[in-house]
Design a binder for this molecule. Structure first.
Ligand SMILES: Nc1ncnc2c1ncn2[C@@H]1O[C@H](COP(=O)(O)OP(=O)(O)OP(=O)(O)O)[C@@H](O)[C@H]1O
Ligand SMILES: [Mg+2]
Length: 365
């Protein structure tokens, strides 16, 4: 049983909001759609839910064409960023709502509905909230109830659109662990939208990185973190230092940089661009090196160190404070890279054509 999406496209006026989306989500998987604002995450989710329709492409579940089915027939649970609970109903009634509006033939009896709701309240560990109204709950509690309401009809697929987006960081962290537990015990297929990288990586079995209506990369979180497939993904995941290098027999070289720690890559000899995370760059004192430390700032646990060469190339690194004690402003340093990603110069920047409605600068997190 799986959800299969192929060649999916959606246009609003002249803007192509989804282009050639290919995605297969097996039963029981928790997948995160990660991408900047405007990348098409909500549009894709709404199409899966049956709240919107594509201009082209296919969407099927377990071999059945879902584009021929209404939202109700698809049996989907949906949770939105902003709590959409009914304010005049208790939590118990909110959770029961989906069951009470089922067509008469499918609708369970009153006692059966009460039993389902009690079961969910226990399962989601919100039993104590059953008789309260939404206004009497915290944001995090409301989102737990919203998930209960989405799960009451035993949906085959749960779609969550930034469900924790309006909550503070600690509550988000708690809820995301809770959600992972709920997902695992319930065995549903879950698609979770977020633009928070940490949230996607901690929660998901696989992460789908979207940008400008296309999928840039699909993979296990570690795979995406360690091997971003495009310059866009690299930047989005914090490889914000970009340096021109020269490739020679698969090895990247640049004056003042020690790149021997990077694996060889099958990139043709010549110009390329190296993408690095500041935390993967280590300044090492070396009297004859072309870089000089120009700034050292402490963020508590880390030192942010800026080094510059005579040509004005400015590289920011981050080192644990205790490892940077022997560094001082003015000192000559070489820069050792522990990890990085190389793309041939001139490679398309994340395959975003010029006419996309926002620039990459805005698209950065
Ligand atoms: N009904 C609509 N009419 C016209 N344009 C739309 C409509 N819905 C979405 N769009 C446009 O489609 C693009 C993608 O929107 P979408 O809501 O899918 O992005 P998103 O990735 O969910 O962004 P966010 O992270 O801000 O929620 C945006 O440029 C948006 O303005
Ligand atoms: Mg959205």
């Amino acid at each position: 049983m799986s959800l299969a999406i192929s060649h999916l496209a959606r246009r609003f006026g002249a803007t192509e909001v989804l282009r050639g989306i290919e995605l297969e989500v097996p039963q029981g998987e928790l997948i995160a759609l990660l991408g900047p604002s405007g990348s098409g995450k909500t549009t894709l989710l709404r199409i899966i839910a049956g709240l919107d329709w594509p201009d082209a492409g296919r969407l099927s579940f377990d071999g059945t064409d879902w584009l021929a089915k209404s939202a109700a027939e698809r049996r989907i649970g949906f949770v939105f960023q902003h709590y959409a609970l009914f304010p005049h109903m208790t939590m118990r009634d909110n959770i029961a709502f989906g069951l009470t509006v089922l067509p008469r033939a499918e609708r369970p009896g009153k006692t059966q509905i009460a039993a389902v709701v009690d079961g969910l309240l226990q399962f989601l560990q919100i039993g104590g909230l059953a008789d309260r109204y939404p206004a009497e709950l915290s944001g995090g509690q409301r989102q737990r109830v919203a998930l209960g309401r989405a799960m009451a009809t035993q949906p085959r697929v749960l779609l969550l659109d930034e469900p924790f987006g309006a909550l503070d960081a600690q509550v988000r962290r708690d809820l995301r662990r809770w959600l992972r537990g709920v997902h695992d015990s319930a065995g549903t297929t879950t698609i979770f939208v977020t633009h928070d990288q940490e949230e996607a990586f901690e929660l998901a079995d696989r992460v789908v990185v979207m940008n400008g209506g296309i999928i840039e990369q699909i993979g296990h979180p570690d795979q995406i973190y360690d091997h971003p497939a495009t310059p866009f993904v690299a930047r989005f995941l914090g490889l914000t230092v970009e340096l021109p290098v020269t490739m020679h027999t698969g090895r990247a070289c640049a004056a003042g940089l020690d790149l021997t720690g990077l694996p060889r890559r099958a990139i043709a000899d010549g110009a390329a661009t190296l993408f690095l995370r500041p935390a993967d760059i280590r300044p090492v004192p070396e009297a004859t090196a072309p870089f000089h430390v120009t700034e050292i700032a402490s963020t508590g646990a880390l030192l942010r160190i800026v080094a510059q060469d005579a040509a004005g190339c400015r590289i920011e690194s981050e080192v644990p404070r205790r490892d940077g004690r022997d560094l001082a402003v003015g000192q000559a340093v070489s820069l050792r890279a522990a990890a990085g990603q190389i793309f041939p110069t001139g490679a398309p920047i994340g395959a975003v054509p010029a006419e996309t409605p926002y620039t990459l600068k805005e698209a950065r997190p």
